[in-house]
Design a protein around this ligand. Sequence first.
Ligand SMILES: NC(=O)c1ccc[n+]([C@@H]2O[C@H](COP(=O)([O-])OP(=O)(O)OC[C@H]3O[C@@H](n4cnc5c(N)ncnc54)[C@H](OP(=O)(O)O)[C@@H]3O)[C@@H](O)[C@H]2O)c1
Length: 226
Amino acid sequence: MDSWGTRRAIVVGAQGGVGQAICDGLRRRGASIVAVVRRPYSVIPSGCEVVLSPLDSPQAVLAACAAAALGAVDALFVASGAYAGGTAIEDTEAETFERLMWTNAGLPFYVLKGLLGPLRNARGHAVLIGALAAEEPRSGQAAYAASKSALHSMVRSAGRELQGSGATVNALLPSVIDGAENRRAMPQRDPAQWVSPVRLAELALSLAEPAALDLQGALIPVRAGL
Ligand SMILES: NC(=O)c1ccc[n+]([C@@H]2O[C@H](COP(=O)([O-])OP(=O)(O)OC[C@H]3O[C@@H](n4cnc5c(N)ncnc54)[C@H](OP(=O)(O)O)[C@@H]3O)[C@@H](O)[C@H]2O)c1
């Protein structure tokens, strides 16, 4: 395994289910962790350097990135994201569309804008979390699918920009992730069919290790394997 003990990783959305699992995996490996979070509630992971920002405008995101990039950026994980669905396009509120576009596309764009330079300097690795639903959209998912499709396109383009730099950017595209919210929303479904946040986090960490150095701009579908 790569020597994570000398590496500094930034985690955006560190308080979400997947963000926490990524932080746990990084902590087990001895990495320095910078958690970028928008509010100081419940579970700011212990042992992390914290950058607190509302993350609600390009300026706020870029300022948070500048603060996070005061040290090396050896790895970047963007695990923030929002979901809304089950509503036909005619019935989707403008606010919902704008919120999804900002959270799933705008915010990651400005994170990349703020951190690709430092990532390139460190020959580091970025992993973003997209969504399989954007590649296989269902009825009622237009706004969500459009927002994650935008993220997927920017990862492919960023991969081209980083080609030959020693730095990489890739995305994992999970189906449904096992978590309290989904268990509440879909009590009739079997969570064993869903992607485990811990296994997703391990996969994300593996994309930031030397064995994945040749993976660039990839969109990797993740379905529960069991
Ligand atoms: N859950 C699923 O079934 C599923 C399926 C496919 C893809 N994904 C994607 O997988 C990733 C991780 O999902 P998860 O299950 O860990 O979700 P989660 O537990 O709901 O966590 C989402 C994280 O995103 C942050 N966030 C939400 N809106 C934000 C905003 N406007 N500005 C800044 N941060 C914001 C949240 O911050 P707060 O903690 O402050 O609320 C939280 O840290 C996300 O990109 C999600 O879209 C999830």
